[in-house]
Every structure is written in structure tokens, then in C-alpha cells.
Write a protein that binds this ligand. Structure first.
Ligand SMILES: Cc1ncc(COP(=O)(O)O)c(C=O)c1O
Length: 381
């Protein structure tokens, strides 16, 4: 049976990973500066992670959400302690799109309204309301297009005010650092005004932290760089270091009712074990400090390369913008220099999303090889 052919693939077959590296079926080592789309947070095959997942699957891998599962409470408590999101409530799901679906559904339940405001170059997932709120018409099917969504320019405070004052908006959803769009960020004034406008107009402020959250930006959540209080925070990607887990943090003002949300797999024992191993490692290895140190080091090194026109992002969610499209450069890096990097909707941007425990030596290696690869690409052009 053929696979449904929706992914253009690089001709590389990783079969194992350790720390910041993956190894292909020929035994070749690759430096992983992409973490499989910002997913690998504590490194490949981290011993804490391997031990926690192995022990859990040997004990009890799954039971439904109809029984007591103390691991969910343990995960919620750890998340509250590390994120500082005091008294928020946790609902667990399996992926980023599902987290945003539930965030928007909850916003609609809470406010009794149904229109969503989202932003240009935003990405929120590929299902129902999440994809309708995503600024990419190519992935919005007619069935998704029936959702009521208004997409505004980032930083358009007046637009947000105008739309919210119409009285039918249940949620404003935003990435505090855009991922797939290309690492653009709104201004502090914009985020803080949107927060205030949501509160004044009975709309929920949804922080999509699926890519920029979980320590990646140098704070536990990217919204914490600003003076805002989101009503709902969506999570996934780095939360499970590769195990499919997502969730929403829900402000204490939003009350739960039995049956309001639900899922078969969300919050299962194995997912919680993976999620706890990630949080325990972020804490025990002080990865937030490492993200800040390595992010600053990366920025300094990037300034030495004249072909880089702009350095975007924060912490270890970074983008290098060139004045040419980077498709060939990415191929050069992966095939000839054995380095994984990412692309973005902005075709001139190289996206860097390494595991959060990356070290200076890895970044030095990247910049040395990037210089050589840039020369190669220039010669071939
Ligand atoms: C900001 C953001 N939101 C939502 C999603 C969707 O997550 P998933 O692919 O797990 O459904 C992504 C995935 O790239 C993302 O970057």
C-alpha cells in the first residue's frame, strides 16, 4: 500500500539519536539544529526520558480518562511550579492542533460567541478551527472555511479593537514568536493592548505556545516576556520530547463542567511519564539558563557572518534571514555538512530550533560549516 504522498522528503533515514545528534542507516552522524520541528527539547534518547518511558510502559502504558491517574496531577503540579502559571488548570490532549481546537472550543463555550481573530503568517494547526485561524489558504478546505475567522496584520491594535467591539469574537489567538511564518514577533505594546481589549470585550486571549513555549524562548512561556495574562495557553511539541502530548492551561476564571472536553488518549500514563521526564530534566539541568546563554552566544556568532541580513527570534527559537532563498543552502547543509536546519513560510529564512541542552561546541561547529556551505552555494549560483 503506498503512503499518502503529502510530505516532500529529504533523502535521509535517521535510525537513532543521542543528545544533539541523529544517525542515519549508514551510521553517518548529523547535527540536529531542528529537533524535528522544535519537538526534541531535552535531546534524543535522554537517559531520564528513556528510563521514565521504559519503566512506565512496563508497568501501565494506558488506561482511559474514566479512572484516577495520579500522573496527570503530578504533571499539572510540576507544570504549575516551573511555568509560574499559578492556579491555571490543565487539560491534556495529543497534539498541537488538538490543543488549539480545544482552546478555541473552550473560548466559545465560555463566551457564548464564535468568531476568532488571528494574525497574518500565524500557524495554529491543520484541523477544523485551528486551520481556519491559520494564515495559509492552501491548507484550508471548504469544510474548514465555514469557521468564522478574521485574520489581521500583526501589531494592528486598531483592527483588534474594531473587531472585538463588534461583540461576536470569542477568542484572539496569537503566537508570541511566530514559528512556521518566520520568527516575526509583535510589539510589547501590541500584545499588552490585545490582552486589555480581550478583557474589556469578554473575549479569551489564547497564547499559542506550541512552538515558542516550554522554555524555548528563554522564559518558560514566550508570553512571559510581556505583561499579559492569557486566558488559555496551548502546548505541545517540546512537551513530550517526541512522545505525542499536548495540552491547554486554563485560567482559574474558566470553570469546568463534566463532558465539556474529552479525549481517549489525551493524558494517558505513558504520555504523562514522558511529559514528567521532560519537566524534571528542564529543572534538574537548568535548561532555561542554558537556552539564554546559548541563544546569546548564537546571536553573537551570527553577527560575524556578513551574508546574514537579520537575526530573528529569542532564546533557542531563532531565524537567520538572508537576501536569497535558503532551499539550496539547507540541502547543502544536510547532504554535504550533515546538519539539520529548518525552513519557514519566509523562504529567505533558515530556522534553528535545537534541543535545549545544546552546547557552545555544537554552535561553533554549525557556524564554521555554515561559512563553508555559504561559499559553496555562492559558487553554484
Ligand atoms: C505555533 C503552532 N501551533 C500549532 C501547531 C500544530 O501542532 P501539531 O502539528 O502538533 O498539530 C504547530 C505545528 O507546527 C505550531 O507551530
Amino acid at each position: 500500500m503506498p503512503l499518502f504522498d503529502v510530505y516532500p522528503l529529504y533523502d535521509v533515514t535517521p535510525v537513532s539519536g543521542k543528545g544533539i545528534h541523529v544517525y542515519d542507516d549508514q551510521g553517518t552522524e548529523y547535527l540536529d539544529l531542528y529537533g524535528g520541528h522544535a519537538v526534541i527539547s531535552i535531546g534524543h534518547a535522554h537517559p531520564n526520558y528513556v528510563k521514565a518511558v521504559t519503566t512506565q510502559v512496563e508497568t501501565l502504558g494506558f488506561y482511559s480518562n474514566a479512572i484516577q491517574n495520579p500522573l496527570q496531577k503530578e504533571l499539572a503540579n510540576k507544570l504549575e511550579a516551573l511555568s509560574g502559571c499559578k492556579d491555571y488548570q490543565l487539560f491534556l490532549v495529543n497534539s498541537g492542533a488538538e490543543a488549539n481546537e480545544n482552546a478555541l472550543k473552550l473560548a466559545s463555550f465560555k463566551t457564548g460567541k464564535k468568531r476568532v481573530v488571528a494574525f497574518k503568517k500565524g500557524f495554529h494547526g491543520r484541523t477544523s478551527a485551528a486551520v481556519a485561524a491559520t494564515d495559509n489558504q492552501n491548507i484550508v478546505a471548504p469544510i474548514n472555511a465555514q469557521q468564522e475567522v478574521t485574520i489581521l496584520e500583526l501589531n494592528d491594535v486598531e483592527g483588534v479593537k474594531r473587531e472585538l467591539e463588534k461583540g461576536d469574537v470569542c477568542a484572539v489567538i496569537v503566537e508570541f514568536i511566530q514559528g512556521i511564518g518566520g520568527l516575526d514577533q509583535g510589539t510589547a505594546e501590541f500584545f499588552e493592548q490585545v490582552d486589555a481589549l480581550c478583557k474589556a470585550n469578554n473575549a479569551m486571549f489564547v497564547a499559542d505556545e506550541i512552538q515558542c513555549g516550554y522554555a524555548r524562548s528563554g522564559k518558560f512561556f514566550a508570553f512571559q516576556h510581556y505583561n499579559v495574562t492569557p486566558d488559555i495557553i496551548s502546548l505541545a511539541k517540546g512537551m513530550g520530547n517526541g512522545f505525542p502530548i499536548g495540552g491547554i492551561l486554563i485560567h482559574p476564571d474558566i470553570e469546568a463542567k463534566y463532558g465539556m472536553l474529552g479525549t481517549t488518549f489525551g493524558g494517558n500514563h505513558l504520555a504523562c511519564a514522558a511529559g514528567l521526564a521532560v519537566l524534571n530534566t528542564i529543572e534538574s539541568e537548568n535548561l532555561l539558563a542554558n537556552v539564554n546563554e546559548m541563544g546569546a552566544y548564537f546571536m553573537e556568532k551570527a553577527k560575524e557572518i556578513p551574508q546574514i541580513k537579520e537575526i530573528k527570534g529569542r532564546g533557542l527559537m531563532l531565524g537567520l534571514e538572508f537576501d536569497f532563498e535558503v532551499g539550496d543552502l539547507r540541502k547543502e547543509l544536510i547532504y554535504n555538512y550533515k546538519i539539520f536546519t529548518g525552513g519557514a513560510a519566509n523562504k529567505k529564512l533558515l530556522r534553528i530550533l535545537p534541543p535545549l541542552n545544546i552546547e557552545k561546541a555544537h554552535l561553533d561547529q554549525f557556524f564554521e560549516l555554515l561559512k563553508v556551505a555559504l561559499k559553496e552555494v555562492e559558487i553554484k549560483a
